[in-house]
Ligand binder design. Structure first.
Ligand code: ADP
Length: 553
């Protein structure tokens, strides 16, 4: 803009200068012409008087730069100081001669063939009727210009220099207030009045942009807060697979750090199923994969984002399905185990019944065979009962009504029910401690204590003891400990005995009558009540299982 202003100012200055010079030259020319005419007139007057007095002698002695011609009244040239008078044609028809003959003086201005120049003529009639004519070549504008070229050029160069300096200062001076405008705060600018509407508009636009930026920022914050609180992972990819947006859940599930700058999603995970899902989504196909990430199961849903029917990116959603997978696995195992456990006694019953049916059994043996059937049936009943208990805990035990339960009363009740079993096994069962209440589900708490005591009797030696202790703890909660002097559990099995159907000694389990579900019911019940289980056992010396209930207000 500065350059344009400079150029415009210079163009104006040069045009004005050229026009001024042209006008000046015109005026100068006019002035010189008038001056010449006046001089020629007065010289003509002088020469006329000289000729009046001395005639031809005067003319012969005259020294002048003008051309002097003496013409007779009939137009014959009598004298000419620049040409031979006798060879000159008759001048009677010349405009200035005719004028002098009629009105004493005359003037004319024309191109002279003799002088071959633009010429001024002045004539004066003498008393004898002859005419004196003086002529002088008139300088043309071109000639005048050429004679003045030097001063004009000097003036032109000086003026141009001056114009350039002034134009430069002017343009800079004009632009300076515009350059110093603070476009962030246009309302504070003091500048040309003509710019005020523009600045007001700018301020309005700035305000609108600011408002929209704030709104955008707020939306972004809300979006980030929402997605970061999601347990699911979320990744938004562009057409090339670069991560445009992600939440912290995605990074957590993929087990990676916050990426620096724009990265390709395959940098976050290079496993084949992940790569396959991303490729398919980016080529416009929905895809689903199961990933095994850092010991956890993740379901990856990859959906293409289409724009005008073409893939423009993809959305990846990661769901942690570890619990669900583990539950499914457990259920599969459980079903397989249950079928197996149910099949064993049923096969025995069926086998014995088949022998009896064939009539091969002696009547005195029938009682023993029936006893076997009875025992197998009892095992089946115990198993089914445990399965029912466990599935009751699995399905909605949380919704069962909780109430204050006295743990000592429960322990005493269990001991009473197990008294005959203990006697049969030759084991002494004792309940000790104080009356303590917890909030819980009475039937579940009863099953837990029952199973612990049942095990302590079953896996004991004749003459052994089982001590059940109920006591409040220092922090106001309660503990129940079932301690026996039985066979004990090897260290490597201690963590596994709480699994469903896990038994340490599988070969003896039939005669002992365990189902392998007792301790898993205890574990399930404990987690329902938020209780902890501590097991301490030594092979050949005995086992102690402690239930530690949390403190309830
Ligand atoms: P079961 O019905 O077979 O007793 P449990 O789940 O109650 O099933 O116990 C699992 C296994 O843990 C048992 O088979 C037994 O091997 C072992 N066990 C449980 N309690 C005791 C204990 N007090 N002493 C020794 N072993 C035990």
């Amino acid at each position: 803009m500065t350059a344009k202003l400079f150029r415009t100012s210079m163009a104006v200055a040069v045009s004005v200068m050229v026009l001024s010079i042209a006008l000046f030259m015109g005026m100068l020319y006019q002035y010189f012409s008038d001056q010449m005419m006046t001089e020629l007139e007065s010289e003509t007057w002088l020469v006329s008087h000289g000729v009046e007095l001395d005639g031809m002698d005067y003319l012969n002695g005259l020294h002048t730069t003008s051309r002097v011609t003496w013409v007779a009244a009939d137009g014959t040239v009598l004298y000419d100081n620049e040409a031979d008078a006798s060879t000159m044609e008759n001048h009677a028809d010349r405009e200035e001669i005719r004028e002098a003959l009629t009105s004493e003086t005359g003037t004319a201005q024309r191109f002279s063939s003799t002088l071959s120049e633009q010429t001024l003529y002045v004539t004066q009639r003498l008393s004898d009727g002859t005419v004196i004519r003086l002529a002088s070549a008139q300088k043309t504008v071109g000639l005048l210009l050429i004679s003045m070229i030097q001063p004009i050029l000097i003036i032109l160069v000086l003026s141009l220099l001056l114009s350039a300096v002034l134009a430069s200062r002017l343009s800079k001076g004009l632009i300076k207030p515009i350059l110093s405008l603070d476009l962030e705060h246009p309302e504070d600018c003091e500048t040309y009045d003509e710019l005020t509407p523009l600045l007001s508009r700018l301020k309005r636009q700035n305000d609108t942009i600011q408002q929209q930026m704030n709104l955008l920022k707020q939306r972004q914050t809300e979006f980030a807060a929402l997605t970061d609180n999601m347990s699911e992972g979320f990744l938004l990819l562009d057409r090339q697979g670069h991560v445009l947006s992600h939440n912290s859940g995605a990074l957590r599930l993929l087990g990676v750090e916050e990426p620096e700058g724009e990265v390709n999603v395959l940098v976050l995970n290079r496993e084949e199923p992940f790569r396959q899902a991303v490729d398919e989504a980016l080529s416009g196909k929905r895809s689903q994969q199961m990933l095994h990430l850092n010991g956890r199961y993740c379901k990856l849903l990859a959906n293409p984002v289409l724009a005008d029917g073409k893939p423009a990116g993809a959305v990846l959603v990661l769901l942690d399905v570890t619990e669900q997978e583990q539950r499914d696995e457990l259920r599969r195992e459980f079903t397989a185990n249950v079928s197996h456990e149910l099949k064993t006694p049923l096969t025995s019953i069926s086998g014995i019944a088949e022998i009896m049916q064939s009539g091969m059994v002696k009547p005195e043996d029938i009682q023993s065979f029936a006893g076997d059937i009875y025992q197998e049936a009892q095992r089946l009943i115990a198993l089914v009962e445990d399965i029912i208990r466990l599935s009751r805990l699995d399905e909605g035990a949380e919704s069962l009504e909780r109430e204050p339960v006295n743990l000592l009363s429960i322990a005493q009740d269990v001991a009473r029910r197990l008294d005959s079993a203990a006697q049969k096994a030759g084991v002494t069962l004792k309940v000790m401690g104080l009356s303590v209440e917890v909030r819980g589900i009475p039937s579940v708490l009863d099953e837990m204590v029952y199973n612990l005591c049942d095990n302590a009797i079953k896996y004991n030696h004749p003459g052994g003891t089982v001590n059940v202790t109920v006591a409040p703890t220092d922090d106001g909660s309660a503990e129940v400990t079932v301690e026996d002097t039985g066979i004990g559990i090897p260290v490597e099995d201690q963590s596994r005995v709480f699994e469903r159907f896990y038994r340490v000694d599988k070969s003896h389990s039939k005669e002992i009558g365990g189902t392998g579900l007792g301790l898993s019911i205890v574990k399930h019940g404990a987690s329902l009540h938020g209780a902890q289980i501590h097991m301490d056992s030594q092979v050949g010396r005995g086992t102690s299982v402690q239930l530690l209930f949390p403190h309830h207000e």
